[in-house]
Design a binder for this molecule. Sequence first.
Ligand SMILES: Nc1ncnc2c1ncn2[C@@H]1O[C@H](COP(=O)(O)OP(=O)(O)OP(=O)(O)O)[C@@H](O)[C@H]1O
Length: 263
Amino acid sequence: MVVTYTIASGKGGTGKTTLSVNLGTMLAHYGKETYIMDTDMGMANIGIVLGLENVPVTLHEVLAGKASISEAIYEGPFGVKVIPSGISLQGFQNADPEHLHDVMKEIIQQCDILILDAPAGISRDGVIPLAIADEVILVVNPEISSMVDALKTKILTELVGGKIKGAILNRATLEKTDISIHKIEEVLGVKVIGIIPDDPNVRRASAYKTPVVVKYPNSPAAVEIKKIAAEIAGVDVKEKELNKDSNEKFLDRLTSSIIKRRK
Ligand SMILES: Nc1ncnc2c1ncn2[C@@H]1O[C@H](COP(=O)(O)OP(=O)(O)OP(=O)(O)O)[C@@H](O)[C@H]1O
């Protein structure tokens, strides 16, 4: 059965695109036919982070009725399929998000998992990916403003009949001021399904237009993303593949520090 996940947050810059691209890449690596679609049509980033910014056909043209979806599918790392949105404002203006559901129906005929990278903020168009996915994953940073916006996104998702799978804490640090997992779960009323550390390798990898799980597979952020992907894919990934040993101390320290903290 196909599963569609929307990666959302409310607040901008929490790591939605980073997670969409890296989770999608790993899900493909673990044998799932995975598609990533950039539904952030105004501020499209997936094409940029994967070096697909100059492709001739994007989701914009498909939603404007000028191209078919098969023309807008590109191959990414580990065979993940990518449907970028265009970067031109004209293309954005011509695209009709109301057609997104029909496009999605076509794609799910050919894949196991579809990941929708949602736009930040609460807009009419931004609500569509929250409503049409099977499950929404909230990406939060360990700060109050991120939590407040994630809570709004959760409420909005439920209002439009969507379902939340859980939250991923991204850019976690050992700072005492970081919000604890306990607090996140209490405030959002959802489970935290992954903790990804703040890791300079993420930005380093994006300079090479390559996901961190590919460029720096043993970095702390990559290891945690691989764990989340393995869980979603339902595969038992060997510790060697996760490079658990070399990262164990850092990640264990980070996780227990975050879990223990109470605000
Ligand atoms: N775990 C991390 N460690 C360090 N940097 C990170 C991490 N996750 C994301 N970043 C960086 O944070 C910035 C924002 O990430 P990203 O573009 O994925 O966020 P976004 O939520 O998709 O943003 P937008 O709302 O603008 O679409 C990028 O520069 C990215 O490289």
